[in-house]
Design a binder for this molecule. Structure first.
Ligand SMILES: Nc1nc2c(ncn2[C@@H]2O[C@H](COP(=O)(O)OP(=O)(O)OP(=O)(O)O)[C@@H](O)[C@H]2O)c(=O)[nH]1
Ligand SMILES: [Mg+2]
Length: 564
């Protein structure tokens, strides 16, 4: 078993020449996790205690390696999948990333891609920095303003930034070694008030003010869910290098309180990662997304959320069809004893299995807007049903032949003894044939081919009777044969009508379940839309209040577009 993971694994390798690639071992772990995931990523300047904080989220003393020197420790993106401490059945996935702005590296584009990946893969992004939220700290986040060049939400995107709010994670800022008091002149400030204050637009026309205002605007526009935690230094300088070896009670009480509040918040509030449209992301899905994004970056393209989700949908929907058909087959195998007394018995079992199969398909499939996968499912279920019908007929044919064989034994014996050639033989034959037919009629569990097999059987005996020259007997046989043929024709007609009716019912079942599902999807989409609208409106009000009319107008236009 690969999950839960005893130790973190590297998920994204970052080679010395700046190429990103995925670790197949880590992908294998993800592919095996079918539960929904809360994905928490941490990013920020190098050597600022990111890995240490992530280990606390994992409730482990060690895990993500720290390294005591100034040399950057974490490379690429590391992953740790653990059972969620508060939500049963949910997996908490921690992503620890390589620190930004390592002076030994000097490749800011590579930094930006790692940051972008952490952002795209997580449902909550923790940005970790040291000191305070001042101009310098904001400057380190400059790559947020360049995200439009690094992320496309839709394949065809006129205004990529307008869509970010739909897909971006929650934003948690952790400020480490925070030494100031949270006060604004005379008033005590909460951490969140401090963050909002730091993100308020500043008046002034200088280049620097404009640039930092742009960053503030982006942070507010892209991340409607924001939260700040300040943490004191965990211990005094002399012990910092051996943090991992220290007992919990050797850490500063204030740091422990703050770090605990941070962890509680993440465990309680960080949401399960969802795709646009509300679908929960499992480990398998996260692996697919990671593959798409890294592939795009490695090929020099801009990762696109929509196309990654579409690729995921294709593979999920194919799997959903396969799972639904497998469920159907298994249900039929278990529910049927072949041959069935009638086709209706088979159809009743079929309808139950079909219902369950459609359910399984709809619970897994998504973004099947042209319903092509559902059509494929219908075709495959119909083919599977036909196969069961065929097997049912074969079983019935075999059973009927065996029954006739057995019942005919005595007649065969008399034939060999030439009993029917003697005077009165024709009458005797007639009587024996009557007995055989009566016994056949009364025989149970012959299945759907009872009439057809009987007719064939009698036809085969025609030549024999002819040879016996028993005219009477031959007439009798012909009469019986005609009757059997009529019965068979009637049965065939009935079966055809029943089959039409079955197909109609099957179509209705697909339609009914689909309609229910579409109503639900529509509701989720509308809710999503409302959230985005509410966020834009709130931002617009805030901008107007602070006297930023031009920026507010831009948002107003976006709002109008959305309302359309
Ligand atoms: N001053 C200070 N040091 C810390 C804190 N947390 C951890 N450290 C120490 O700082 C050093 C680096 O910690 P890491 O957790 O590896 O930092 P990181 O941000 O993951 O570093 P990179 O992966 O190299 O970017 C270690 O020696 C830790 O013991 C903190 O809150 N304040
Ligand atoms: Mg680290």
């Amino acid at each position: 078993p690969l999950f839960p993971m005893p130790d973190p694994l590297c998920l994204v390798y970052n080679s010395d020449d700046g190429m990103l690639s995925l670790n197949p071992m880590a992908l294998a772990v993800l592919h095996g996790v079918t539960q929904p995931m809360v994905v928490v990523a941490i990013a920020g300047p190098y050597r600022t205690g990111k890995s240490f904080l992530m280990n606390r989220l994992a409730q482990k003393r060690s895990g993500f390696p720290l390294g005591p020197t100034v040399k950057a420790q974490t490379k690429g993106i590391w992953m740790w999948c653990l059972p969620h401490p508060h939500q049963p059945g949910v997996v908490l996935t921690l992503l620890d990333t390589e620190g930004l702005s390592d002076p030994h590296k000097g490749d800011s584009s590579n930094d930006a891609w790692i940051f972008t990946l952490a952002l795209l893969l997580s449902s909550t992004l923790v940005y970790n920095s040291v000191g305070t939220i001042d101009e310098k700290a904001l400057e380190q986040l400059r790559l947020v303003t360049e995200l439009t060049e690094r992320v496309h939400v839709r394949v065809k995107d006129a205004d990529p930034a307008a869509e970010f709010v739909r897909v971006f994670p929650g934003f948690v800022w952790a400020v480490r070694d925070f030494t100031l008091q949270l006060r604004d002149d005379e008033r005590q400030l909460s951490e969140d008030e401090y963050l909002e204050e730091a993100l308020r637009q500043r008046h002034g026309n200088g280049r620097a003010v404009q640039a930092s205002n742009e960053l503030r605007r982006c942070l507010r526009a892209f991340f409607p869910r924001r939260k700040l935690f300040v943490l004191k230094r965990p211990t005094d300088d002399t012990k910092l290098a051996q943090l991992e070896e220290l007992r919990e009670d050797e850490l500063q009480p204030e740091f422990r309180r703050q770090a605990d509040a941070f962890c509680q918040y993440i465990w309680e509030e960080a949401p399960v990662k969802v795709l646009p449209g509300g679908r929960q992301v499992t480990g398998t899905a996260l692996a697919c997304l990671a593959e798409r994004y890294v592939e795009a970056i490695a090929s020099g393209a801009v990762p696109c959320v929509e196309s990654a989700v579409m690729a995921l949908a294709r593979s999920e929907n194919t799997a959903a069809v396969a799972a639904a058909v497998a469920e159907y087959r298994q249900g039929m195998e278990q529910g049927l004893v072949l041959p069935t007394a009638s086709r209706a018995v088979l159809v009743a079992v079929h309808e139950g299995c079909e219902h369950r199969a459609i359910n399984i398909f709809l619970s897994r499939a998504f973004s099947d807007s042209d319903r092509s996968y559902q059509c494929q499912l219908m075709v495959e279920l119909e083919a599977a049903k036909e196969e069961f019908c065929r097997r049912n007929e074969e079983a019935s044919e075999q059973r009927c032949r065996e029954v006739l064989q057995e019942l005919w034994q005595d007649v065969e014996l008399r034939l060999q003894r030439r009993d029917y050639v003697a005077p009165g033989g024709a009458r005797l034959f007639q009587e024996d044939l009557g007995c055989v037919l009566e016994a056949y009629q009364g025989w149970p569990d012959k299945g759907v081919k009872a009439e057809a097999v009987l007719e064939e059987f009698l036809r085969e005996r025609q030549a024999l009777v002819h040879a016996l020259c028993a005219a009477e007997a031959q007439m009798e046989l012909l009469e019986r044969q005609r009757a059997a043929a009529v019965a068979e024709e009637a049965a065939a007609k009935e079966a055809a009508a029943a089959q039409l009716e079955e197909q109609r019912r099957s179509l209705e079942e697909h339609k009914r379940q689909l309609e229910q599902r579409m109503l639900k999807e529509q509701r989720v989409l509308l809710e999503e839309q409302d959230r985005v609208l509410a966020h834009h409106l709130q931002e617009q009000r805030a901008l107007l209040q602070d006297g930023f009319k031009r920026e507010a107008d831009v948002l107003r236009r976006q709002i109008e577009q959305l309302q359309e």
